[in-house]
Ligand binder design. Structure first.
Ligand SMILES: NC(=O)c1ccc[n+]([C@@H]2O[C@H](COP(=O)([O-])OP(=O)(O)OC[C@H]3O[C@@H](n4cnc5c(N)ncnc54)[C@H](OP(=O)(O)O)[C@@H]3O)[C@@H](O)[C@H]2O)c1
Length: 229
């Protein structure tokens, strides 16, 4: 991996991904909204920044050109199909054999085999409904984005993040195929390690066309079940 594009580079996850990518010696192209360019000030001499909306196909076309990897933060903001527009642009315009990695949450299910706690169901159903009524967030569009990714024959990985916390890295998270698997029970990952998993996935061929659900490697469930699953 030499040249990597980070779509949504200015957010919390995005900034960690920039740092991990630079640590690995990758040449980084970042895409972020015009008004967020300042959040990447500390990286300005080390990355190439292309300001613009992440669902703008012209912006994405320029940003992904020549990249062997694309890391995309999928967010369900607004009511303009932002997530699905972003995912579609990346899938259509990335180099043919590029590794393309997307972030989302546990609520996304690839095969319907995930088993969710009442808390997650409540947050997604009730919280998601309220946020949609307020026209702030459209979780259905993130679901649609992932449906399109799962149906594509590109070299995708969809990384499904648990609840997140800040703090020092605890190393690469563990993962499992389905929410509800015992190793994931702790439902907590450091945000920097979520980013680490995304960057590491670029060079992990075993994750091609997989949707790993992740959990912090130092959480109780990860420690208890790491030899079992
Ligand atoms: N938060 C959690 O607990 C959690 C849990 C599991 C998984 N995840 C996943 O982790 C990823 C990152 O989530 P995060 O919560 O940690 O947030 P984050 O990294 O801070 O990312 C938020 C992103 O949304 C963009 N954004 C904010 N407001 C926007 C708007 N009105 N219109 C368009 N874009 C907007 C931000 O861009 P600007 O920098 O331009 O504002 C940034 O790129 C997502 O894929 C999410 O599904 C999050």
């Amino acid at each position: 991996m030499e040249k990597v594009c980070i779509v949504g580079a200015s957010g919390k996850l995005g900034q960690y991904m920039v740092q991990h990518s630079l640590n690995r010696g990758f040449h980084v192209i970042g895409v972020c909204r015009e008004q967020s360019v300042g959040k990447l000030e500390r990286f300005k001499d080390r990355i190439t920044l292309i300001p613009g909306m992440t669902n703008d196909r012209e912006v994405i076309k320029e940003a992904v050109a020549g990249c062997d990897g694309v890391l995309t933060v999928l967010v369900p903001w607004g009511m303009d199909n932002y997530s699905s527009g972003t995912a579609q642009a990346v899938m259509d315009l990335a180099e043919p054999n590029a590794r393309i990695i997307f972030s989302c949450g546990w609520h996304i299910s690839r095969d319907g085999q995930d088993k969710y706690s009442w808390k997650i169901k409540f947050l997604v159903n009730v919280g998601g409904w309220i946020a949609k009524k307020l026209r702030l967030v459209d979780l259905d569009d993130q679901v649609e984005a992932c449906r399109r990714i799962f149906a594509s024959d590109t070299h995708w990985t969809v990384v499904r993040g648990s609840d997140l916390e800040e703090g020092e890295s605890q190393g690469l998270p563990f993962w499992s195929e389905h929410v509800g698997d015992p190793i994931l029970e702790s439902n907590l990952t450091r945000r920097t390690d979520f980013a680490l998993f995304m960057v590491d996935a670029l060079e992990n061929g075993d994750l091609i066309q997989k949707a790993p659900a992740i959990v912090g490697s130092q959480t109780p469930s990860a420690i208890a079940y790491k030899h079992v699953t």
